[in-house]
Design a protein around this ligand. Structure first.
Ligand code: LHQ
Length: 259
């Protein structure tokens, strides 16, 4: 359910249930989680590139698994979130390596919000983001209620979440929901280029940078300055910092090793 390929330091993960628009069943949850955990452990992995097979990125929860007509009373979706979605969201945010998402087609419900949890989000111009939850009586999950207002402000977050209308990739870029919308035919080239570049970067520094930016919204300036001091101290002791400065002084490209 998740294709994984490691090359040039990039772990490329492809959600692979195309006939169900890559919607999440339990197996795909566990497969994705295992791959992100592996990315955290494996020093060969210096960036992740997440995308979807076929015409969709991900349609969120597989609703075929959730047929109320077959159920035995009201389900506990909180349990589903705690068991399956939330661990993945926490892993993506905590991973001290860049996660690039190539949204190749529609991203709906939790599928949209998993994309938005990634560090650099590219989307094909034909792709759309749908906070589909309101259409079926649910609330935004997979971190959406947290990320949407931070990314686009409360007015747009409420519009997206309450109206559940599709937002095209170009508009998502204009609003600052994603990094860039690119021509469909260019999406995978561009995403691969960015992920490969990040994978060849100073991984420790990039991981600390991710951590700092994520901390900012929950801290005041004094706390953030303290954290910058600590992170810069750690970054300054890395081999990649020494290499970066040496390369600058020698007027050549740095050869970062992720150390
Ligand atoms: C699907 C799905 C799908 C199964 C398309 N499941 N088959 C968390 C906790 C626990 C429970 C509940 O949920 C959550 C979080 C969530 O993610 S809630 C939100 C769940 N997702 C949705 O509500 C989106 C449902 N899908 C759609 O609205 C549309 O399919 C979109 C807008 C994604 C795509 O529309 P189209 O391009 O017109 O494609 P389609 O609707 O014709 O779908 C193609 C096939 O994929 C179709 O199957 P079929 O056998 O008829 O070809 C769909 O039934 C199937 N599919 N999404 N989530």
């Amino acid at each position: 359910t998740v294709l994984a390929r490691l090359g040039d330091g990039v772990l490329r993960l492809t959600l692979n249930r195309p006939d169900k628009l890559n919607s999440f069943n339990e197996e795909m949850h566990l497969a994705l989680r295992a791959q992100i955990e592996r990315a955290g452990r494996d020093p060969q992995v210096r960036a992740i590139l997440l995308t979807g097979a076929g015409r969709a990125f991900c349609a969120g929860q597989d609703l075929g698994d959730r047929d109320p007509r077959k159920g035995t009373g009201a389900p506990d979706l909180g349990h589903t979130l705690e068991t399956f979605y939330n661990p993945t969201l926490r892993l993506i945010r905590a991973l001290e390596k860049p996660v690039v998402c190539a949204v190749n087609g529609v991203a709906a419900g939790a599928g949209a919000n998993i994309a938005l949890a990634c560090d650099i989000v590219l989307a094909a111009k034909s792709a759309k983001f749908i906070q589909a939850f309101a259409k079926i009586g649910l609330v935004p999950d997979a971190g959406g209620s947290w990320s949407l207002p931070r990314l686009v402000g409360e007015a747009r977050a409420k519009g997206l979440a309450l109206l559940a209308e599709p937002l095209m990739a170009g508009q998502a870029e204009d609003w600052g929901l994603i990094w860039k919308a690119v021509e469909d035919a260019e999406l995978m080239n561009e995403a691969t280029r960015i992920a490969t570049r990040l994978a060849g970067g100073p991984t420790l520094g990039l991981g600390l940078t991710k951590r700092l930016i994520q901390s900012a919204a929950g801290q005041d300036l004094d706390q953030q300055l303290d954290q910058e001091r600590d992170c810069q101290r750690a970054a300054g002791q890395s081999a990649d910092y020494a290499e970066g400065v040496t390369a600058f002084l020698e007027k050549r490209a740095p050869a970062f090793r992720g150390l």
